[in-house]
Design a protein around this ligand. Structure first.
Ligand code: NAP
Length: 279
């Protein structure tokens, strides 16, 4: 029997846990605060930012959005970041990506105070994951590991194959699963024989952004399949990278899209805000 990994339900559980912690903080007179810098009017970014606002407010985190025009210069944006670095009323903040092409994202991210870097993109925080001494955990990979653990899916000694090597998902997830004692393989667009790799996986993670990339004959019987992909079909319906219907007949457990990894990302961000309160 296939197990459907219900990210929506687990995200709700974590929200309730966070609410309790937030209430305990409120009794000490502390309200956790998150700020989000949004540059320009990218449609997908507007949706993500709204979603963060909804969840923050739902669980009692103060939320501030700072909307900036898409012509803002690197120096002006750095000044906004410096102001938030100094602002005692903001515990954590992030710059919604992607930024307009004239801005240097890596440089901008490196200006955030690492203690307030709740997206965990500052080089110091990335380096701390590499060194096995994390301050924050990046939200999507942390959400994936939480999904595995809360569904009692064994990680130790398991062969994990991750498709995708981005700084946001694939690379940090590989390091974090290594720290959980998995044996990890990372695949990408230049991998010679993707199917030969994926067939080895006890846990297969697809973080590519190509609908229909993972079909049933690429999956080992009983494997856990985690679909990070978010793609829109020709009817604008959200789909993952995995052929859910066919792969469900082979896999032991699978995340749906929507309702799998997506809802976890935003609650992991809120968990990082709670960590930032203590930084
Ligand atoms: P990205 O930066 O575009 O990286 C995509 C990765 O896929 C790259 O490493 C690329 O290889 C690899 N790739 C592309 N085509 C491939 C192929 N045919 N075979 C094997 N590998 C291939 O994307 P990302 O930011 O990591 O996001 C990936 C997907 O996850 C997107 O759909 C995104 O929307 C989604 N996402 C979801 C969440 C969530 O919360 N649910 C969060 C973040 C991202 P190269 O490195 O060789 O180019």
């Amino acid at each position: 029997m296939i197990k459907i990994i219900d990210g929506k339900k687990i995200a709700e559980e974590i929200k309730r846990e966070l609410e309790k912690d937030i209430l305990a903080l409120a009794k000490k007179g502390v309200i956790p605060s998150l700020a989000v810098i949004l540059v320009g009017e990218d449609n997908a970014s507007l949706v993500y930012v709204k979603n963060k606002e909804r969840v923050a407010k739902e669980i009692g985190i103060n939320y501030r959005i700072i909307k900036l025009g898409d012509k803002i210069s690197q120096e002006e944006l750095e000044k906004v970041i410096e102001k938030l670095n100094q602002d005692k009323n903001i515990h954590g903040f992030l710059v919604q990506l992607p930024l307009p092409a004239h801005l240097d994202s890596q440089n901008i991210l490196s200006k955030i105070d690492p203690a307030k870097d709740v997206d965990c993109f500052h080089p110091e925080n990335v380096g701390r994951i590499f060194a096995g001494n994390p301050r924050f955990l990046p939200c999507t990979p942390a959400g994936i590991i939480e999904l595995l653990k809360r569904n009692k899916i064994e990680i130790v000694g398991k062969k994990v194959v991750i498709i995708g090597r981005s700084n946001i998902v694939g690379k940090p997830l590989a390091l974090m699963l290594l720290a959980e004692n998995a044996t990890v393989t990372i695949c990408h667009s230049k991998t010679k024989d993707l199917k030969a790799e994926t067939l080895q996986a006890d846990i297969l993670v697809s973080a590519v952004g190509k609908a229909g990339l993972i079909i049933a004959d690429m999956v080992k019987k009983g494997a856990t399949v985690i679909d990070v992909g978010m793609n829109r079909d020709n009817k604008n319906k959200l789909t993952g990278d995995v052929d859910f219907e066919e792969v469900s007949k082979i896999a032991g457990a699978i995340t749906p899209v929507p309702g799998g990894v997506g809802p976890m990302t935003v609650v992991m961000l809120m968990r990082n805000v709670m960590i930032a309160v203590n930084n």
